[in-house]
Design a protein around this ligand. Structure first.
Ligand code: SAM
Length: 232
């Protein structure tokens, strides 16, 4: 019986990869990834020649799950990586994990970077209890209702958003909870890494003018005065 390894890879900075992750990528019979060209950059940097590299994406995963479980059935170890961070977190990896478990295979997580956790711990917002919601609704109506519910629950919230929709998301949040403390974590671990902090109203105004460049993770929490910023 093969094992399914969930191998965390960098969310930007290529140094952020564990020795164990590199060893598993080297040893696995097959590496399944979202974008073979993207994963090759990491493999090449560490002189890893994957025996078989195959694409497992949001477009082909329904068909591919059966194929990869077939490889596990014949005794192959399969390493799953995503384009960034921890596989099976807001990507189709979750379906493969469920299918591997159902077929009786061992699933082994090789922990490492995850944008959600990096943004949360650097945000300065409470980390004791938090809710991760991945990507949220794109339509204003359902998104506002979701934000209302999350604000009412009182925990810190971490979510992924496209830079082009951050302005709209923050406008909805500002309408629901204008004084909520918000941190927009942009380009974590990369050259232009930046954490922008403020109230929902302040950041809605800021990002209404111009979408942030690069990848963003948004963290927010209801209580007023949760973030004390240095005076300029
Ligand atoms: N599995 C990944 C993880 O462990 O973080 C996340 C995959 S999800 C498909 C991609 C989203 O993660 C992006 O749209 C963005 O919201 C967030 N993200 C990824 N890299 C990031 C970075 N360097 N800085 C901020 N957010 C990032």
């Amino acid at each position: 019986m093969g094992k399914l390894y969930l191998v965390a890879t960098p969310i930007g900075n290529l140094e952020d990869v564990s020795q164990r992750a590199l060893r598993i990528l080297q040893e696995a019979h097959m590496v399944a990834c979202e974008d073979t060209r993207h994963t090759q950059i990491l493999l090449r940097k560490h002189d890893i020649r994957a025996k078989h590299l195959t694409a497992y994406t949001e477009f082909n995963h329904k068909r591919k799950v059966a194929e990869l479980v077939g490889q596990l059935d014949r005794g192959w170890d399969v390493a799953l990586v995503s384009d960034a961070g921890t596989p099976a977190l807001s990507d189709p990896g979750e379906q493969l994990v469920r299918a591997a478990v159902a077929a009786g295979h061992e699933v082994v997580a090789i922990p490492g970077p995850a944008a959600a956790i990096a943004a949360l711990v650097a945000s300065g917002l409470p980390t004791r209890e938090f809710t991760f919601v991945g990507f949220v609704e794109k339509k204003t109506g359902p998104r506002r209702r979701l934000l209302e519910r999350l604000i009412a629950e009182g925990r810190t919230v971490v979510l992924y958003e496209s830079p082009y929709r951050v302005g709209d998301l923050l406008a909805d949040l500002a309408s629901v909870a204008p004084t909520a403390a918000v941190v927009v974590a942009r380009e974590l671990t990369k050259l232009h890494e930046e954490l922008v902090r403020g109230t929902a109203s302040e950041l809605a105004a800021r990002f209404a003018e111009r979408a942030p460049k690069g990848e963003v993770t948004v963290v927010f929490a209801p209580g007023k005065g949760l973030l004390t910023l240095p005076t300029q």
